[in-house]
Design a protein around this ligand. Structure first.
Ligand code: COA
Length: 201
């Protein structure tokens, strides 16, 4: 498959090809990272307008702001899947997440029902987003992005990963089950159709 995997951080940009080798063209190109983040934001707006999300309120400029602030959180990870296109790659998928405290998790789910994820003192990582462009679905990209993200979490540092998805998001539910997540009996207080999932590393 002709797709490169790109990891973008605030300080650095590394293009990783399918073999995990950094490609030279984009190393250190801060400008390149900004362009890719903007492309990611446009894709994000398209994807979350789809059912069952119907989030038509996202605008790219706000998404870019959110990405930048989330990248400043502890242990943040950000992966893009890009298809090579001149003069820069097109973003066709993304995933990102960050380490969370019990207080941050309460803000995310708008309740204290996930406090139990922190009761044994294990470090918890929250996968905030995963999306693949409609035209590139069912080619293994969502799984690959998720594998990249999970593999990047330092063993011994992060012990538990959580996320939420909609009960009607069949593709996401099937994918998360396939990679070892289990659904918790925990619904988001603001979005009752969205439940939380957990995976122990
Ligand atoms: C969920 C999503 C990221 C999956 O991306 P994808 O690249 O199409 O997924 P993959 O091709 O890697 O599929 C991996 C596995 O997921 C499952 N899957 C993917 N699409 C599916 C579908 N439409 N129905 C049922 N299972 C599906 C399959 O088990 C598949 O493995 P298989 O091909 O070996 O059977 C994509 O559908 C998407 O962006 N959806 C909209 C946004 C979203 O729901 N994001 C996640 C919510 S937090």
């Amino acid at each position: 498959m002709n797709v490169e995997y790109i990891q973008v951080g605030l300080q650095k940009i590394e293009v990783i090809n399918g073999n995990g080798n950094p490609a030279q063209e984009a190393s250190g190109a801060e400008n390149g990272a900004e362009i890719l983040i903007k492309k990611c934001a446009h894709l994000y707006c398209e994807i979350w307008r789809e059912p069952p999300w119907y989030e038509d309120f996202w605008v790219p400029v706000k998404v870019v702001e959110d990405i930048m602030s989330q990248m400043n959180k502890s242990d943040s990870k950000f992966f893009l899947a890009c298809s090579p296109a001149f003069p820069r790659p097109e973003v066709v998928g993304f995933t990102w997440g960050y380490g969370v405290t019990v207080e941050e998790m309460r803000e995310i789910c708008a309740s204290d029902q996930l406090d139990m994820l922190f009761s044994d003192g294990k470090a918890v990582f929250y996968i905030d987003e995963l999306g693949v462009a409609l035209s590139h679905r069912k080619k293994g990209l969502g799984k690959k992005l998720s594998d990249f993200l999970l593999d990047s979490l330092s063993p011994g540092k992060i012990h538990r990963v959580t996320l939420r998805t909609d009960i009607a998001a069949v593709a996401a539910r099937t994918l998360y089950t396939k990679i070892g997540f289990k659904e918790l009996p925990a619904k988001d207080a603001n979005y009752p159709d969205r439940t939380y999932w957990v995976k122990e590393l």
